[in-house]
Design a protein around this ligand. Structure first.
Ligand code: NAD
Length: 475
């Protein structure tokens, strides 16, 4: 690891801010504190909101093309600093360098450019019943963005890109567990994005609620857990903020009787365990037809046995630790519940005896009504279930308070489409899982969220609709 850690500061109104109070940042692969970041309080938050409000008129009056140009310059600069950002991400997440590299590339070469390449324009209809009507998409004002720790750079800056390209200004807060790469990108933005347009702040447990109850915001865009999303919705009632909530998931996948186990076993493993299972749209419940259950579970377990878990800086590591101590304790609690139940373990791997590592664990056809099959497990424990007929599988897959993603795997096109149509989720994949794009709307239904990010719909979610209705003279 070559990164010489210098102080990480917040960005408010183009100024780098430090505070006397700080929060520690821990490398979860070792459990050791690596540095600290500012713990922003109410006064600095007020300064950030005021800066964003003051920057709004000039930024919103630029053309979309001008804003895109500056954001593309920032993307180029991020790309030029990829190596450093990849190391920071692996340091704060413990995960393999390969996955950190994937995240930086996803932001700079895939989702970011896809998001920014989209265009939306005013729409005019001449012959409405109230005359000539022009529908304009106008920026809201100042956006509050709060993100989770599992993909900090992508979750934070895709929000920022969408808010900024549509003419809003922003105050962005990453998770206190993973602030480093996000703060470094804020530093890189200096000199490209005008002062006050992008403000990035870090803080402990008090800062999120202070932000979501602040009267200076017109929109809150949030990625995180369902309970936090619900409490944000409550605090947004006081300010009538627009809301986009990207929340938890317990994604189901259905393997149809005509699927070919040897073709899909490896991919299914990775869709379950990528990021050590810490992905909102990782596959969390896999329903396999009873005719394939023995062969497919055998193949998945055999593959799992070859996957190496370890410190992300070790070249042979393929999976990293649980990202933080709170989550690690949650996973251990879940494991205790599993052990106390009758659930059988199909496979359990090994993990380093340090930091917050927990081994890959696959449950063998547990009961549907156990707490550990119903709740979202944000860590490396997954369940595979056997089913008899497709109706039963669809019913069990849909029997969840969540509705983020789902998938169906097989060969017969008509059956794949039919099952996809019956699965209740924001995105249903066919013969794939977790595929997302900056130009395709993404969001959850039921307890998995409100509204969408990405796509034209995701951009318009940062706008008010303004109607100009002109009377048509009949003389
Ligand atoms: P979390 O809800 O604990 O925290 C998310 C963010 O909210 C953090 O920045 C945190 O500091 C802040 N926060 C916490 N309490 C707050 C409050 N009362 N008011 C305002 N802000 C508050 O979630 P997490 O543990 O960081 O992330 C894991 C969760 O995120 C999982 O449930 C996962 O499924 C979900 N997630 C969803 C998506 C998606 O797109 N749907 C993507 C990634 C992660």
């Amino acid at each position: 690891m070559n990164t010489a850690l210098k102080p990480f500061l917040c960005l408010i109104n183009g100024q780098f801010i430090k505070t006397s109070a700080t929060i520690d940042v821990v490398n979860p692969a070792t459990g050791k504190v690596i540095t600290s970041v500012p713990d922003i309080g109410k006064d600095e938050l007020d300064q950030a909101v005021t800066a964003a409000q003051n920057a709004f008129p000039a930024w919103s009056q630029r053309t979309i093309a001008e804003r895109k140009e500056l954001l593309n310059q920032l993307i180029e600069k991020i790309k030029n600093h990829s190596d450093e950002l990849i190391e920071l991400l692996t340091l704060e997440l413990g995960r393999p360098l390969f996955f950190s590299s994937w995240e930086v590339k996803a932001l700079t070469e895939q989702y970011g450019p896809q998001l920014l390449a989209q265009d939306y324009t005013d729409e005019t209809s001449r012959d409405t019943s109230i005359g000539k009507v022009t529908k304009q998409y106008v920026p809201l004002g100042v956006v509050c963005a709060i993100s989770a720790w599992n993909a900090p750079v992508m979750l934070s800056y895709l929000k920022a890109f969408a808010a900024l390209v549509t003419g809003n200004t922003i105050v962005l807060k990453p998770s206190p567990f993973t602030p480093l790469a996000v703060l470094r990108i804020a530093e890189l933005s200096k000199g490209i994005i005008p002062d006050g347009v992008l403000n990035v702040i870090t803080g402990g447990d008090n800062l999120g609620p202070l932000m979501t109850s602040h009267t200076g915001f017109r929109k809150i865009t949030f990625t995180g857990s369902t309970p936090t999303g619900k409490s944000i919705m409550k605090s947004a009632a006081a300010t009538l903020s627009h809301l986009t909530l990207e929340l938890g998931g317990n994604d189901a996948g259905i393997v149809l009787p005509d699927a070919e186990p040897e073709k899909i076993a490896e991919e299914l493993f990775w869709r379950m365990f990528v990021l050590s299972g810490q992905g909102c749209i990782t596959l969390k419940r896999l329903y396999v037809h009873e005719s394939l259950y023995p062969s497919l579970t055998k193949l998945i377990a055999e593959y799992a046995a070859k996957v190496k878990m370890g410190d992300g800086f070790a070249e042979d590591s393929q999976l990293g630790p649980v990202q933080n101590i709170l989550q690690y304790h949650r996973i251990q609690e879940i494991w205790k519940n599993i052990q106390a139940s009758n659930a059988k373990v199909l496979f359990q791997g090994t993990a380093p005896n340090q930091g917050y590592f927990f081994p890959v664990t696959i449950l063998d056809n547990p009961a549907d009504d156990e707490s550990f099959t119903q709740q979202e497990i944000f860590g490396p424990i997954r369940s595979i279930f056997s089913y008899k007929d497709i109706d039963e599988a669809v019913q069990r897959a849909n029997n969840s308070p969540y509705g983020l993603g789902a998938s169906v795997w097989g060969n017969d096109e008509a059956t794949l489409q039919e099952v996809a149509n019956r699965l209740n989720a924001g995105t249903v994949w066919i013969n794939q899982h977790m595929e997302v794009a900056g130009d395709v709307a993404f969001g959850g239904i039921k307890d998995s969220g409100v509204g969408v990010e990405f796509g034209i719909e995701g951009l318009r979610a940062f706008c008010d609709i303004k109607i100009i209705a002109e009377k048509i003279s009949t003389t």
